[in-house]
Design a protein around this ligand. Structure first.
Ligand SMILES: O=C(O)CCC(=O)C(=O)O
Ligand SMILES: [Fe+2]
Length: 232
């Protein structure tokens, strides 16, 4: 596992003798439907245990520390904003450290193995926050070859269907060759199992509405990938 994670509280730790409730709906993740057409992915509609857990995270999503990134070459075309620093402590009751500890737990990897069938032993795990303000987008791509899966967890409290920014599950490199679309709204998450055919893209966020698309993505790489993730 990555060694650059800030100090985290273990998910099942007793705080003041009280067992904290989890954020992630592990049972829902384990038993989500794995779709194999046109390539292997899962859309999880009940990512969090309940609306309170979902809202606690979406309302405290980081508002600063993002860096704008753009790429436009043969491999990838995108404009987005990323924050690799996971040390979120905005406010006294900030729930993010507990949630991140859940994502870094053996229970989480077990759930992902059950869902995907992937052997995640020794997988290299990284995570970051991604923000797509108006006009940001991500053209069709299949993800880094070293990647096993990405778990994209949406964090915008509300997202109208026609606000752009939907994740497109593409059948090919052609962005208009769409098999399915996912609205990037908090509560929903998507697991992309990387393959040479796992084409997906994000449609441009509608500039008229002034909404920003928000997510945290957990990236699992093959053991020994040594991804220089934090240098971006
Ligand atoms: O945010 C999403 O829906 C997908 C993001 C993505 O494909 C990526 O970061 O590689
Ligand atoms: Fe991707």
């Amino acid at each position: 596992m990555a060694d650059r994670l800030p100090e985290l509280t273990a998910p099942s730790e007793n705080i003041g003798g009280e067992q904290r409730r989890p954020f992630l709906n592990f049972a829902g993740i384990r038993t989500a439907t794995l779709v194999t057409d046109p390539w292997t992915h899962a859309v999880i509609r009940d990512t969090f245990v309940d609306d309170t857990a979902r809202d606690a995270l979406s309302s405290t999503y980081p508002t600063a520390g993002f860096q704008r990134l753009s790429q436009d070459d043969d491999k990838k075309q995108f404009t987005m904003e990323v924050r690799n620093d996971l040390d979120v402590r905005e406010g006294d009751l900030c729930p993010w450290q507990q949630f991140l500890a859940e994502l870094w737990s053996p229970d989480y990897l077990k759930a992902m193995t059950e869902l995907t069938g992937l052997d995640l032993d020794g997988a290299e795990i990284h995570a970051a926050f991604y923000r797509y303000p108006p006009e940001c987008w991500f053209g069709p791509h299949t993800d880094d070859e070293r990647k096993l899966f990405s778990h994209i967890i949406y964090m915008a409290p509300e997202w109208p269907e026609n606000a752009g920014g939907r994740l497109l599950i593409n059948r090919s490199k052609d962005m208009t060759d769409i098999c399915d679309t996912v609205i990037p709204q908090a509560g929903t998450s998507v697991v992309v199992v990387r393959s040479d055919t796992s084409w997906h893209s994000i449609e441009p966020v509608d500039p008229q509405r002034g909404l920003t698309r928000k997510s945290i993505i957990l990236h699992a790489y093959k053991p020994g990938s040594n991804v220089d993730f934090y240098q971006r």
